[in-house]
Design a protein around this ligand. Structure first.
Ligand code: AMP
Length: 280
């Protein structure tokens, strides 16, 4: 595996691979890689001849009060995960490599970015869609891999790819969890030991909703109440949102009679964590 830092170096490799008729899978990440990222890389390695992982903490997707300055970084650790997962090229650019100082072009997806996390993080998905579009243009992958952990991101990227006719297959990959159910996340490193134990409440609350669904509950408000009630039992937690939406257009539903996304965002201490599941 090679680690490269410039767009030029990525393009040189891609050009060579395309000349050889090889297929390319892209896994966009913000680094500090864990088993969740690794599962995306492994899937990409299985389905493509070459895998490119981007490792870039994208400044334009962070709000002014968010954790850009403290976001964890460890290139050595990322390189080890990438090698183990079957990566061919790790792209680790500086922000100045990715963005012109006077850049004026952004990619904006409308309605489905205005709900859930998008409603609470203005500009976040504009930043995500812009950097992912740039990565698509730099890497020109056949397939790109995204985690269901960030379910809204996955829905937004699929919509962007459809609307802008990117000739790229978007592959969603299942959430990888810790043994106790907490979804793996680079942000879990912010948690104190006490908060880490408390954070299990996210997946526990979703489990309760799943059981209710399995027992025939179809009323969204009732399911939301079950989830909220469970989260509120944990004193270190504070609900940001609990919502049930159509899994494609992310519009709220009141009765569950089609595929829905059940998504939550919860502060545990100062750390904002997300989790979800799709009920089909
Ligand atoms: P991030 O580095 O957090 O921006 O994540 C990069 C990619 O990895 C995104 O597509 C995430 O959805 C995905 N990802 C992060 N955590 C997990 C997880 N626990 N399971 C599966 N995919 C994940």
């Amino acid at each position: 595996m090679k680690t490269v830092y410039t767009i030029k170096e990525v393009r040189e490799n891609i050009k060579e691979w395309k000349k050889q008729g090889l297929t390319i899978g892209l896994v966009p990440t913000m680094g500090y890689l864990h088993e969740g990222h690794k599962s995306l890389i492994e899937r990409a390695a299985k389905e493509n001849d070459r895998v490119v992982v981007s490792d870039f903490v994208n400044p334009i997707q962070f709000g002014p009060k968010e954790d850009l300055a403290v976001y964890p970084k460890d290139l050595k650790r990322d390189e080890a995960v990438c090698v183990a997962g079957g990566t061919s090229l790790l792209f680790n650019p500086e922000p100045s490599e990715m963005y012109f100082k006077d850049a004026e072009t952004y990619v904006n997806v409308d309605k489905i970015t205005e709900v859930l996390c998008g409603a609470r993080r203005p500009g976040h998905f504009r930043g995500v869609c812009t950097v992912v579009s740039k990565l698509f243009n730099i890497v020109k992958p056949d397939r790109a891999y995204f985690g269901e952990k960030d379910a809204q991101q996955l829905a937004v990227i699929k919509r962007m790819v459809r609307d802008l006719n990117f000739d790229i297959e978007i592959v969603g990959c299942p959430i990888v969890r810790e043994a106790d159910g907490l979804a793996k996340s680079s942000r879990n490193t912010y948690l104190t030991d006490e908060e880490r134990s408390a954070a299990v409440v996210l997946s526990l609350s979703l489990k309760k909703a799943r059981v209710a669904l399995e027992n025939g509950e179809r009323n969204a408000d009732k399911l939301i109440e079950i989830i909220k009630c469970e989260i509120e039992k944990e004193p270190l937690s504070k609900i940001d949102y609990v919502e049930i939406v159509d899994s494609e257009n992310l519009k709220k539903v009141s009765v569950i009679n089609k595929s829905v996304l059940i998504a939550i965002a919860v502060y545990v201490g100062k750390t904002r964590l997300i989790d979800n599941f799709t009920w089909r």
